[in-house]
Design a protein around this ligand. Sequence first.
Ligand SMILES: [Zn+2]
Length: 221
Amino acid sequence: MVLALTTALALFFVPSSTAHASFSLKGEGLTRHVKWARAAQLHVPLPNEHVRVVEDWDLVPEYFAPQPELGLGAQINLPRPGRGGWDYHAEHGLFLHELGHSFDHANVTPPLRKRFKVLAGTKCSWRAAHCRFRDRWDRTNVLDSPPGEWFAEMYASCALGISQAEYQLEGYNTYGWLPPDGSDSAICSLFSAARHLKRYENGNKGASLWWTVSDTEVSQD
Ligand SMILES: [Zn+2]
C-alpha cells in the first residue's frame, strides 16, 4: 500500500545573517518534528542535509548517512510514541540526538571533532567500540560510549538551550556522559563554528538560509 501524505509547505527565514545551511525534513509525524527543528535552530545550526524521518512501533532510534550509490538519502528512524515506554518527551530528545548525528555527518570536519574531543577530555576514537568513563552521577559506576555519541548528546542539549546535566535531569534518554564542568557553552559554540567551516569547504557562498518541509510521500508495504 502506498500512502501519500501531503504537508503544507513551510518556508521561513532564520534570524541570523551569517548562516548558510540548507536543511529539510520529510517523512512521518512531521508536525512535531518540524516544530522541534524550528525551536532547535534558535540555538544550533541545523544539518546541511535533507533528512527523511521514519517512525514505527519499536523501531530503534538511529541515523543513517546517505548512500548515494544505493540511491538512499539521510534517514532518521524513531520509535513511535505510545508503546514500549516511549512518549513524546523521549522522542523529542531522540530526534535531536539523531539530528546531532546528521549534523556530525553533514557539517563537521575532522579538526572540529578533534576540538570536541579536547573539550570533552578524551583520546578515544570517534566511533570507538569501547570508551569507558566514570559516571559522574554515581562515581562507583563505569559507563561506556564513544565521543561520537557524546557529540550527539551535546547537540541535543545545546539545541534545547540547556546544559547536558539539565538534559539528563529532565529525563531524556542518555548514555550518561557529562562534559567537564563549565564546558557546555564552549561545546555548544563548536556547532556554530561547524556551520561556517562546512560552508567554506563547500564553497557554498550564495545560498540563503532556509529550510522547507516538502510534499511527502511515505511508502508502506
Ligand atoms: Zn546516537
